[in-house]
Design a protein around this ligand. Structure first.
Ligand code: PLP
Length: 395
């Protein structure tokens, strides 16, 4: 019964062009990867700075594993809190300019925990319609009323906040949107936070290690005081090249989370070797790495090459959304690029709205200029062959 039911569901997914499967890499997460014996230029990774296999990060990981072992052994509140966790949290708080920081085992768990802890029957969460799925699931777990506002639309959010009678109002947004690469209007959201006495939670997963001037995240990008945002969540798994996540916030908020946040309390602490590797990644970012400049040069090159071909890409981040439309077009272009040795992931609903399928092309500091030029040329050629017009990326 169960197996025949899932057979039917799988048949529907295949019919719709939405069936997903795993492709094993046999190399590190680099600019060039090997999949099933073939080499590809990798334009699908969030390893924006190339730190995931950087020798200094690998050495820091190995050194921490040699000293602390591999497993954490318990949740942080039992006996899984090691001094290396505290050092990582201090380094992240310094990077963000906040009083304190708390790490989590993943960004998914952090977002579930943040919203479940802040929310409740007397709260309303105001969530951007394009927020990451971990925020959507966090909203569901929070037992709060949830109001979804039109993407990056502060006027719409204003109207919803004005109409709300909730005791606690929580505004939550990605800073850099993971499937669109655009940036939330944080100064406007802060003004609304102040006007309505709300709490502002920002997910900086794709901002830290990416946005100028120094890669400290969206607050720095907008030149906001470090603690203007109530809670800055971020991941270690993207530009910082490791795994895990954190919230940066005032000490009181962090202490409250240590006491109440279930995805922190009931989860084994981050493996110490990952903490060691992440400390090194934060140190590299804090002391100013050339990798950030190289990432930005690659980003500018790609945008210029696409514009020269009549295909403007608006993205201010390292995520380039190349809108294809329907599921079949998306997967056909992604497959054609794959045939040519370029790995660019095709994104379909439910990750993006219906009819807004796209290639999500991500740039890395470790791409050579030639790799970036090849990507722009191939994308343009295959889009033309598939009859995909240059589109306003926001349409
Ligand atoms: N938030 C955003 C915006 C993301 O893109 C991701 C991606 O995975 C997450 C949260 C979840 O982070 P993690 O992969 O560490 O669970």
């Amino acid at each position: 019964m169960f197996l025949s039911d899932i057979d039917k569901e799988i048949a529907v997914l295949k019919e719709m062009g939405r069936y997903r499967y795993l492709r094993p890499l046999s190399t590190a997460q680099d600019a060039v990867i090997t999949i099933e014996g073939r080499q590809f230029i990798n334009f699908a990774s969030n390893n924006y700075l190339g730190l995931a296999n950087h020798p200094e990060i690998v050495a820091a990981f190995t050194a921490a594993a040699a000293r602390y072992g591999v497993g954490t052994g318990a949740s942080r509140l039992i006996c899984g809190h090691m001094d290396i966790h505290a050092q990582l949290e201090e380094a992240l708080a310094r990077l963000k300019g906040t009083e304190a920081c708390l790490t989590f085992s993943s960004g998914y768990l952090a977002n579930l925990g943040i919203l479940a802890t802040l929310g409740g029957p007397r709260a309303t969460v105001f969530s951007d319609e394009l927020n990451h799925s971990s925020i959507i699931d966090g909203c569901r777990l929070s037992r709060s009323r949830v109001e979804i506002y039109r993407h990056a639309d502060a006027d719409r959010l204003d109207a919803l906040l004005k109409a709300s009678k909730a005791r606690r109002k929580i505004i939550v947004t990605d800073s850099v949107f993971s499937m669109d690469g655009d940036i939330a209007p944080l100064p406007d959201l802060l003004a609304l936070r102040d006007r309505y006495g709300a709490v502002l939670v920002v997910d900086d997963a794709h901002a830290v290690g990416v946005l100028p001037p120094r890669g400290c995240g969206s607050a720095e990008y907008f030149n906001l005081p470090p603690e203007a945002i109530d809670m800055q969540m971020g991941t270690l798994s993207k530009a910082l090249g490791t795994y895990g996540a954190y919230i940066c916030a005032p000490r009181k908020t962090v202490d409250y989370f240590i006491n109440t946040c279930r995805t922190f309390i009931y989860n084994t602490g981050l493996p110490p070797a990952l903490a060691g590797a992440a400390i090194k990644a934060v140190e590299m970012l804090s002391t100013g790495t050339d990798l950030l400049r190289r990432l930005w040069e690659n980003r500018e090159r790609f945008i210029a090459e696409m514009a020269a071909r009549g295909r403007p890409v608006e993205s201010p981040s390292a995520i380039m959304p190349l809108i294809t439309g329907g599921d079949r077009e998306t997967m056909a272009v992604s497959a054609a690029l794959y045939e040519r040795g370029l790995f660019v992931h095709g994104i379909r609903p439910p990750s993006v709205p219906e009819g807004m399928g796209r290639l999500r092309l991500t740039l890395m500091a470790t791409h050579t200029p030639e790799m970036v030029s090849t990507a722009a040329a191939c994308v343009d050629e295959l889009f033309r062959e598939a009859g995909i017009e240059a589109m306003d990326q926001k349409s």
